[in-house]
Design a protein around this ligand. Structure first.
Ligand code: AMP
Length: 217
């Protein structure tokens, strides 16, 4: 049976950073809805053109477009054994659609670790964040600066500031999380799947907690 993990938490809490590490350790593919949208924007697809309108405002892309994109991604062969979801689902309608989709794939949501951190920490982390063009590695101008300014330590590609990491958009994204995505904490808690983790600690400590949850019981 495939394994599906949903990494929940507000923007800037470290989902992407942790998802990359956990994907490597577990062998599950990292499926990031934000990365998929950014690939579509970069490739100037119809979906990319639609998504950009919402993303630049810090709003959520429509459920229908998002769900169709994720279904297509999860039906590729590398997801045959499951996936580590980062940024999806983000609304109760997406969570319901996700369960139905996983039933079609012969699976279910197995674990929902939720990373939490105070709002001011999220704003500070996002507004100082620099992302690599090639693979989305992230750096922080103060807490985790690259060795050479503007260049990714891992793959040498250019670092850029995401448009939606500008301060006004960051605040809006956090509001949208509180209004639409936070509902999923109760949604998955009711189903006995949720574990809260303090995401304000050093990366290695958070990773250790995540791996402890994901180890087969
Ligand atoms: P992220 O990289 O996860 O911070 O996502 C960046 C942006 O992509 C979000 O602010 C949304 O505009 C959009 N997005 C990502 N995932 C979803 C989703 N599951 N549903 C709707 N919009 C999404």
């Amino acid at each position: 049976m495939p394994t599906y993990i949903v990494l929940l938490g507000p923007p800037g809490v470290g989902k992407g950073t942790q998802a990359k590490i956990i994907a490597e350790r577990t062998g599950l593919p990292h499926v990031s809805s934000g990365d998929l949208f950014r690939e579509n924007i970069h490739g100037q697809t119809e979906l990319g053109k639609l998504a950009q309108i919402y993303i630049n405002k810090g709003e959520l892309v429509t459920d229908d477009a998002t769900i169709a994109m994720i279904r297509e991604r999860l039906s590729r062969p590398d997801c045959a054994f499951g996936a580590l979801m980062d940024g999806f689902p983000r609304t109760p309608a997406q969570a319901d659609a996700f369960s139905e989709m996983l039933a079609d794939f012969g699976g279910k949501v197995d674990h929902v670790p939720c990373l939490l951190a105070p709002e001011e920490m999220l704003v500070e982390r996002l507004s100082g964040r620099w992302t690599c063009r090639a693979q989305g590695h992230v750096f922080h101008q103060r807490h985790n600066p690259p060795q050479k300014p503007g260049v990714c330590d891992m793959d040498g590609s250019e670092l850029y500031q995401r448009d939606d990491d500008k301060i006004e958009t960051v605040r809006r994204r956090i509001q949208v999380y509180a209004a639409q995505t936070e509902l999923l904490i109760a949604y998955y808690r009711r189903r006995g799947l949720l574990t809260e983790i303090d995401g304000g600690r050093p990366v290695e400590e958070v990773t250790a907690d995540l791996l402890a949850i994901l180890e087969p019981k």
